[in-house]
Design a protein around this ligand. Structure first.
Ligand SMILES: C[S@@+](CC[C@H](N)C(=O)[O-])C[C@H]1O[C@@H](n2cnc3c(N)ncnc32)[C@H](O)[C@@H]1O
Length: 288
């Protein structure tokens, strides 16, 4: 059975490999240079899931002292984050004060108007699920002048399942899957874009934000020998589940051929034969 919290936990090692090190390094240097004197860095992470980015920031030593607010609109994710990050909230961790909240980003942003703004804003594997022209101004409004942003793992229009099974069917499934991202409606509004990665260059400029670094952060998942690292076989099972639940019953897809395709792909995972690539881009930058 598919479990979203386990999917996010399995995604951690995939993301760790994928994150663009040039972008991360640029961010780390900018955070170091902008560290406020006499108080902790104020960090906001939006769509934080079960808290794997919090762990990463601590393990990869992005900051020494931080007040870190992490929000997600799913209460169950925040509950999982509280459990997972208990060792960081117990007082024995580094200079980190964690505030985990179940909140929708738009409601949260509306409540921030008269509050102190943040030094660093993080959105990881989130922006491609949102309507960029609505979300970006709202997100960036929560940064203080000169504040930094880190927007990582933004999907950018290429998915590969390898080896090819039937090139025409593979391409059709990939194209329909991408189109489903472009036509997704959440709460009655458009949400998501299969080319978010490349569109961020322009969208950020239009919001008056400066890009300090950008680079690719492709997921590349494959077995070593017959074994996938960590829980990545589960991660692949989830990706196939997302494709199945999105495209099941699609008018442009032969139902039997699609079912056979899924069976073949799942067998490939079981044998360590499936390789999966998703093209994504990372950005870090600053607002004026
Ligand atoms: C693909 S998951 C990524 C989670 C986490 N950043 C990670 O990579 O492990 C996207 C997350 O964003 C959250 N989310 C989506 N829309 C949101 C919104 N409008 N406000 C707050 N959180 C949101 C979802 O609940 C989900 O946990």
């Amino acid at each position: 059975m598919y479990d979203f919290a386990r999917y996010l936990a399995a995604k951690r090692s995939v993301d760790d490999r994928a994150l663009n090190r040039h972008v991360w390094q640029t961010l780390a240097e900018a955070v170091g240079a902008a560290a406020p004197a006499g108080r902790p860095l104020r960090v906001l992470e939006v769509g934080a899931g079960i808290g794997t980015m919090v762990e990463r920031c601590v393990e990869w030593e992005l900051f020494t002292r931080a007040d870190y607010t992490a929000i997600d609109n799913e209460e169950s994710n925040i509950r999982a984050a509280r459990k997972r990050l208990a060792h960081l909230t117990s007082g024995s961790g580094p200079g980190l004060r964690l505030n985990l909240q179940s909140a929708n980003l738009y409601d949260f942003a509306a409540r921030q108007e008269n509050s102190q703004r943040f030094d660093l804003l993080i959105a990881h594997a989130l922006l491609d699920l949102l309507h960029l022209p609505t979300a970006l101004p709202s997100l960036l409004s929560m940064l203080r002048p000169g504040g930094l942003f880190y927007f990582s793992i933004n999907f950018d229009g290429a998915t590969l399942f390898l080896p090819e099974v039937d090139p025409a069917l593979d391409s059709c499934i990939e194209a329909l899957y991408h189109r489903s991202m472009d036509t997704r409606i959440t709460d009655g509004k458009p949400s998501g874009d299969s080319r978010t990665g490349r569109r961020l260059f322009r969208a950020l400029r239009e919001c008056g934000a400066e890009v300090l670094a950008a680079g690719s952060s492709d997921w590349v998942v494959h077995a070593v020998g017959e074994t996938y690292p960590a829980d990545e076989a589960y991660f692949l099972g989830c990706i196939l589940h997302f494709v199945e639940s999105t495209l099941q019953g699609h008018a442009q897809l032969d139902a039997d051929a699609f079912e056979a395709w899924l069976t073949t792909r799942r067998r490939q995972v079981a044998r360590g034969e499936l390789a999966y690539v998703a093209h994504q881009l990372d950005y870090c930058g600053r607002v004026n």
